[in-house]
Design a protein. Structure first.
Length: 279
């Protein structure tokens, strides 16, 4: 029996007003770090494409990429619930294909759930996946797999029509069986309404504090990039500077003969060396 948190725990946390903490991770060491720190949910996000693989957006990420990284995250964690993003075009074609791909993710990685972006047709996929017993999370607001259609990485739901559509789709996702909803880049007032109307937990990113928990991207939290960060990110470390300082110190030590020292190398008894020298 696994000692990981479950969907029932998240429901209880919402009912009891305990905030749910989610963070992304894409590899074994990061999974160990965040799991040991005590986060509730690790998201293997398809943001992987941008922060780890160096793509401009998330569209090029494949199912095999997600499974490869998902396996490492599951191996590196033991308490957190692991959700893996279904990448672009693995659930949009039809709900049978969505179920087959969700099944591959769960079977091959050992993760506990999957996440799908959008309303509309995605709602049918969520219904099919959850009917097969796989926990599925929704994701509305700024949905990066539709960045072309949304016209960029922008706040969503500022006008009444769009806000009402997001609310409606949130309710439909809950009805379809989603166990959790991520809301990205929406006005905080809209988040508050949705979190109040849904019985499943609502996790925000750039969606204000009036929801049941928060999610951030690991590389943003740690400060791995010097590029301007979105307004909703809070950086908690300066990892890029610290890691680069360490690499520069190593480089200088090697160039100047300070590394390795005797303590970093192995000794050979004199009599053995004598034999070698006779050869
Ligand atoms: O891919 C991702 O990291 C995400 C989060 C930003 C919610 O979907």
């Amino acid at each position: 029996m696994s000692g990981r948190l479950t969907t029932t725990d998240f429901k209880k946390m919402k009912q009891q007003g305990e905030k749910i903490v989610m963070i992304t991770a894409y590899d074994y060491p990061a999974a160990q770090i965040v799991d040991e720190a005590g986060v509730d949910i690790i998201l293997v996000g398809d943001s992987l494409g941008m922060v780890v693989l160096g793509y401009e957006d998330t569209l090029a990420v494949t199912l095999d990429d997600m499974i490869h990284h998902g396996k490492a995250v599951v191996r590196g964690s033991s308490s957190a619930f692991v959700i893996i993003d279904m990448p672009f075009l693995t659930y949009q074609v039809n709900s049978e294909e969505a179920l087959r791909n969700a099944g591959r993710i769960i079977q091959e990685t050992g993760a506990q759930g999957v996440k799908l972006e959008g309303g509309g047709e995605t709602i049918k996929a969520v219904e099919r996946i959850t009917a097969a017993g796989i926990p599925a999370a929704g994701h509305l607001g700024l949905t990066p797999q539709s960045v072309g259609q949304l016209g960029g990485f922008k706040v969503q739901g500022r006008d009444a029509g769009m806000a009402a559509a997001i609310l409606e789709e949130s309710l439909a996702l809950e009805k379809a069986g989603a166990f959790l909803l991520v809301l990205e880049c929406v006005p905080r007032q809209l988040t508050a309404v949705i979190a109040e109307r849904l019985s499943i937990p609502v996790i925000g990113i750039g969606a204000g504090r009036h929801c049941d928990g928060q999610v951030l991207v690991y590389h943003d939290v740690m400060g791995f990039y010097n590029t301007p960060r979105p307004r909703f990110v809070k950086q908690y470390a300066a990892a890029r500077d610290e890691v680069q300082r360490a690499v520069k110190d190593y480089l200088t030590d090697v160039k100047e003969g300070r590394f390795p020292g005797e303590q970093h190398s192995f000794n050979m008894p004199g009599e053995v060396l004598a034999v070698v020298l006779e050869k």
